[in-house]
Write a protein that binds this ligand. Sequence first.
Ligand code: NDP
Length: 532
Amino acid sequence: MSTTIAGRIAPVSATALPAYSPTTYLDYSQPAHRASYEAAIAKVRATAGTEYPLVIGGERLKGSKTFDSTNPSKPSEVLGKFQSATKEQAAQAVEVAFETFKSWSRVPAAERAAYLIEAAKRMKERRNEFSAWMTLEIGKSWNEADADTAEAIDFMEFYAREMLRYNEPQPVHQMPGEKDSMVYLPLGVGAVVPPWNFPLAICVGMATAAIVTGNTVVLKPASDTPGIAWQFFALMEEVGLPAGVLNFVSGDGSVVGDQIVRHPKTRFVSFTGSKEVGIGINKLAAEVQPGQKWLKRVVAEMGGKDGIIIDDEADLDAAALGVAQSAFGFGGQKCSACSRAIVVDSVHDTFVAKLMPAIAKLITQGDPATYGTYLGPVASERAMNTILKYIEIGKTEGKLLLGGGRVPGEAGWFVQPTVFDDIAPTARLAQEEIFGPVLAIIRAKDYDDALAIANNTEFGLTGAVYSKNPAKIARAREEFFVGNLYLNRKCTGAMVGCHPFGGFNMSGTDSKAGGRDYLLLFLQAKSIAEKI
Ligand code: NDP
């Protein structure tokens, strides 16, 4: 198995690169973009049923068995067959990544950054193909999928530039009689474990942050979206990333994920997913295995129970639209999604009267492969059953205003957009992450009460406040305890570089993806003092 660094890419320099700015979204009402998306969907469909390998150190391998990746809109449509790696193969991937680290960690930062810049360029050229995979494999609407691909491009553009910045001489005070410096070194092998809900952006963001900082990666894609992760892996091969730097090891989370977290040669874990799995990973990674020479670093981004406060001095039309978009964009399957509308009592009835038509106007539900569909299916049968269970709980905890079940007559995993009113702040619907198109409306006595309700969960990811009163907005800045606070706008749609993203409390380890601190999570500093 080859673990040598063959072939070199031309380095990039900070001065030659244009300043970073976020990718703008495509407008699919334009015929050319629409035709391109339709062609991309047809192209992905033409590859249906392809069997994909594991790739460890550049070698293509079969696992113990295969599993199907299917279309949640049409579960009988098999998009690809993926390998279930064994524990031994997962361990082998860590060993290969460990050997490759010896050479990859010495590749100059400007070369490592060049792979990301080239990959971003090619992803931009084929952006609708990446997005079409998300429409078919996980049910994203065209606009949601395009935003996901744009974010993946932005992560690569941003982290490439960030690496060049961290590679510059770092300011340290000079002791008389010494030449003092500090440099950043990579850590080692990273286990990268992404979720299915931003199957391109989060997978690309976590993996390329690790790679550009000089680490090697064992990537275990989410089992609902291995096809999208494979597109990214193939792109990195195409741009010439040396074998063994990024290893593709699909398979079960409790088998492959567990093994790569546990392995003594794994140096860090980069995880995004549910609170339950994140807690388990944190615990397992803390156990020092025989032969392990370090404490593993764990970056775990986890769930949310995000709330939007609607104050009695708010623009209620803007608030209704913002809540509708935040609650039902990608079926509420965003960690940032609004699942609680916390409405001050005196404007409750007016707000609800505006919210319901706003939802009706926004949402067309159906197969997202069809142009113009806003809301598709939920991710999987398992996800659908969990959501339906919570809807039944909601029926006992509040007043059903909209939806309330599976879309009748559909073979796919379609759940109706659902709204419950008069949910108590301590109800299960107000406390537990549902991760589906279910919104709970909670009454607050006044703004003080609204802030208290907003802060009363174990999570702290995103939140928003709609109010025209500057004093109340100022209080939210101080008192609303979330990693990403939005004022008079929706609580979803963080942009790389503009809104560094990550939450407090049980929402994660407070890292900020797409921010200037993020690469530090993949680096360690070495201080060097030379007597002169
Ligand atoms: P899961 O926690 O179910 O899975 C996430 C990843 O962990 C998958 O790759 C999964 O593999 C893997 N995994 C499962 N079990 C283990 C294990 N025992 N050891 C190691 N890895 C394991 O989350 P979802 O994919 O369902 O994602 C949705 C969740 O992600 C929500 O809670 C959401 O809030 C959160 N999220 C948080 C974000 C943030 O920034 N804070 C951003 C996006 C999502 P497999 O698929 O094979 O089970």
